[in-house]
Design a protein around this ligand. Structure first.
Ligand SMILES: Nc1ncnc2c1ncn2[C@@H]1O[C@H](COP(=O)(O)OP(=O)(O)OP(=O)(O)O)[C@@H](O)[C@H]1O
Ligand SMILES: [Mg+2]
Length: 254
C-alpha cells in the first residue's frame, strides 16, 4: 500500500489479569478516511482507543499514529483529538471556560480560538448554555462540549468513542455532518466507535468488527453487506449479528 497511513497497529494487545481485552490487532487506516469500529459491549473498542491515544500501554505489539510510535506520547498527542466515553470536564467551569482552557493548552491564538468556539457552540446548538457551569449540564450537553474539545484544534487524527451517545436526533445529525465535513477536507482521519450501525453505514469508508478483542471482519460497509453466502444483500445489522454470534446461540433450545 503506497498511501501513507494515519493509523497502523501490529499485533497490538492488551491484557487485564486473565482477560485479553485486545488481542493481536493489525489495523491499517488510510489518511483522510473514516474508520468505523464496531463490536459488542466489552469487545475491546475503548481499550484500543486508549492505547492509540497513549492513555494506556499495550501489553505487547505496537502502533503508529501519522507515522509516530505511540510510545512517543508528546508527539502523538500533538497529532490527535480524543472524545472518550466520559468526556473529561471541569465541573466548576462553564462550557465556555472549559473550551477556552483547552484552546490555551493547545496553544491556539486567541482570535482563532474565539472564532472556532463560537462556530462550534452555534453548530451544536449549545451556545445558550455555554455560560452555565458544567456541573449542571445534562449528558448530551457534556457530550457536545466533549466533541468540541476533541476537534477544536483541528487535529490530524480524531478518535471518537461513541460520538452520538446521549445526543438527541437533531444533534446526532449535526455531529454526523461534522464528521463528514472533517473527513471531506481530506486532511483529517476519523476513527470512531459506535453501537449505532447507521452511523458507520453512513460515514465510514471502512468498518472493523471486534469480538472478544479480536478483529473478526473488516471491509467497506457495502462489501460487508454483500459478503454473505446467500448473495442477498443484507443490512449492516445482519452482518454484525452474524459475525459476532456465539455458536451456542444457534441452538434454539426447547
Ligand atoms: N481497567 C480495566 N481493568 C480490567 N479490565 C478492563 C479494564 N478496562 C477494560 N477491561 C476489560 O477489557 C475488555 C474490553 O473492554 P472495553 O472497555 O475496551 O470494551 P468496549 O468494546 O469499549 O465495550 P463497550 O461497547 O461496552 O464500551 C472487557 O472485558 C473489560 O472488562
Ligand atoms: Mg467502550
Amino acid at each position: 500500500m503506497s498511501r501513507e497511513l494515519a493509523i497502523r497497529t501490529v499485533g497490538l494487545s492488551k491484557r487485564f489479569g486473565e482477560v485479553w481485552a485486545v488481542r493481536d490487532l493489525d489495523l491499517e487506516v488510510s489518511r483522510g478516511s473514516v474508520y468505523g469500529f464496531l463490536g459488542p459491549n466489552g469487545s475491546g473498542k475503548t481499550t484500543t482507543m486508549r492505547m492509540l491515544t497513549t492513555l494506556t500501554k499495550p501489553t505487547s505489539g505496537s502502533a503508529r499514529i501519522m507515522g509516530i510510535d505511540i510510545s512517543e506520547r508528546e508527539r502523538v498527542i500533538n497529532k490527535i483529538g480524543y472524545l472518550p466515553e466520559q468526556p473529561p470536564l471541569f465541573e466548576e467551569l462553564s462550557g465556555l471556560e472549559q473550551l477556552s482552557y483547552v484552546t490555551k493548552l493547545y496553544g491556539l491564538p486567541r482570535d482563532v480560538a474565539e472564532t472556532r468556539m463560537k462556530d462550534y457552540l452555534n453548530k451544536l446548538d449549545i451556545v445558550g448554555d455555554a455560560g452555565r457551569k458544567i456541573e449542571g449540564y445534562s449528558k448530551g450537553m457534556r457530550q457536545k462540549i466533549g466533541i468540541i474539545q476533541a476537534v477544536i484544534h483541528k487535529p490530524e487524527v480524531v478518535f471518537l468513542d461513541e460520538p452520538t451517545s446521549g445526543l438527541d436526533p437533531k444533534s446526532a445529525r449535526t455531529v454526523k455532518d461534522l464528521i463528514s465535513e472533517l473527513s471531506s477536507s481530506g486532511d483529517t482521519t476519523v476513527f470512531l466507535s459506535t453501537h449505532i450501525l447507521s452511523v458507520v453505514d453512513e460515514l465510514s469508508d471502512r468498518v472493523g468488527v471486534l469480538k472478544n478483542g479480536v478483529l473478526v471482519t473488516e471491509g467497506a460497509p457495502e462489501d460487508l453487506k454483500k459478503k454473505v453466502e446467500s448473495g442477498e444483500s443484507r443490512s449492516l445489522e445482519e452482518v454484525f449479528l452474524s459475525v459476532t454470534a456465539d455458536h451456542e446461540e444457534e441452538f434454539k433450545g426447547g
